[in-house]
Design a protein around this ligand. Sequence first.
Ligand SMILES: Nc1ncnc2c1ncn2[C@@H]1O[C@H](COP(=O)(O)OP(=O)(O)O)[C@@H](O)[C@H]1O
Ligand SMILES: [Mg+2]
Length: 511
Amino acid sequence: MLVKVYGSAVFGVEATTITVEVNVDKGIAYHLVGLPDNAIKESSYRISAALKNNGYSLPGKKITINMAPADLRKEGSAYDLTLAMGILAASGQIKSDKLTEYIIMGELSLDGSLQPIKGALPIAIKAREEGFKGFLLPKQNAKEAAVVNDLDVYAIDNIKEVIDFFQGEKELTPLKIDTRKEFNNNLENPDLDFSDVKGQETIKRCMEIAASGGHNIILIGPPGSGKTMLAKRLPTILPPMSLIEALETTKIHSVVGKVKEQGLMNQRPFRSPHHTISDVALVGGGSYPQPGEISLSHNGVLFLDELPEFKRSALEVMRQPLEDREVTISRAKFTVTYPCSFMLVASMNPSPSGYFVDENNPSTSSPFEMQRYLSKISGPLLDRIDLHIEVQPVPFDKLSEDRRGENSKTIRERVTKAREIQTQRFSDNDKVHYNAQMSVKQIRKHCALSDASKTLLKTAMDSLNLSARAYDRILKLARTICDLASEENISPDHIAEAIQYRSLDREGWLG
Ligand SMILES: Nc1ncnc2c1ncn2[C@@H]1O[C@H](COP(=O)(O)OP(=O)(O)O)[C@@H](O)[C@H]1O
Ligand SMILES: [Mg+2]
């Protein structure tokens, strides 16, 4: 008998429905066609054991399985359950009348229990789009699939439940979540708040500006000065994610099978890969392409701690995606694109020795060592970082004070207000959403300076020996500072503040 069952394949962040045709006939053979990879080819062993252990069997007949569309590569072990149900129905061991109404996926253990799959959210989105009634999948991924309303999502523990369900012997209750309600829940992160950081008022102000204009930022300071602590709290002052952003980000995490049990992610991601990370793990890729850290940071923050320690090649491959806000991976037969719109926060020690260069202390790094250290980060990547700020450790008496600073919520309200001004400003442009993304032309248009501001900027550039590349960055920053103050025109005060945040442009650093 011939039956059809449905599974799904994920490419990039989108799913494609896979039709699995199973035919059981006289003879003895097992043919699996339609570009399956090794994991799928091995499925017969898992299926055989899982069926045996639940009172069913792989029939000793000629089993032919075709996975369509035939020209699309299918990968991974998530089709175990799809194939198993197809075989059971095609061999008459179970009823087949309702099978085609569902997407069925899951990896089988030998005892018939289910292992989690990747891409549950994109698969659920596609299933609803194509009018499937429901989606049966391992319970570990059910909540992430149930984000899609109007689709019956069943959290499955064991193949026996699926069999009983199609046999009509057991009712299953679909998992329902009110996505909107869930989304509006727990917006505050109780573990991380800016009020935990003592002192550091200048740095906090600097991070508020970065968050407001979407500016990339680098924190320069000795070990223990609080760089990591500060960076981790940046997502808490960014404007809350919209439902669309939350879905985009959750989709990417779903593709790598990393959605935590909350289902929809309603807090901006914070990713901090170690500096030994490979280029592929950072930007995405591989023979079966997977999104990298830059995409897992989508709509959130990517923190590169100890920036100069990263391989030069890794920093190089990040340049284009930073600009384009998406990364495209091409293979001979297909191309996938992953979004990667993130804020970059980097940190570094002021010198290879870890501390600010001190003329009175000869044990600190030599100019040659300094130059080698900084040469790694100079150039194109640094060109995309608008704010440089030096972080000095907070003195003990400040640290031991009880007084708490402003909390993240208060700062976030100001940031959100400044973002609204920018949304308005760029409302006729669908590529640019905030000040950091302004092109040279837009800088000329939106950052016009009064004579007084111009004079100040010129004097500063000359006396502080600021490099030419600093010029546009200062204008962008000044625009954000001006927006934070809800003012229309950039004033000399805004310019003066922006100039402070360009440490690495001054003589003695990158010169
Ligand atoms: N301003 C601060 N307020 C409160 N604790 C701080 C502050 N700065 C540093 N610390 C403490 O010092 C620890 C080390 O800071 P960390 O962020 O790891 O420094 P860095 O990344 O610069 O090496 C933090 O976990 C925190 O406990
Ligand atoms: Mg650190």
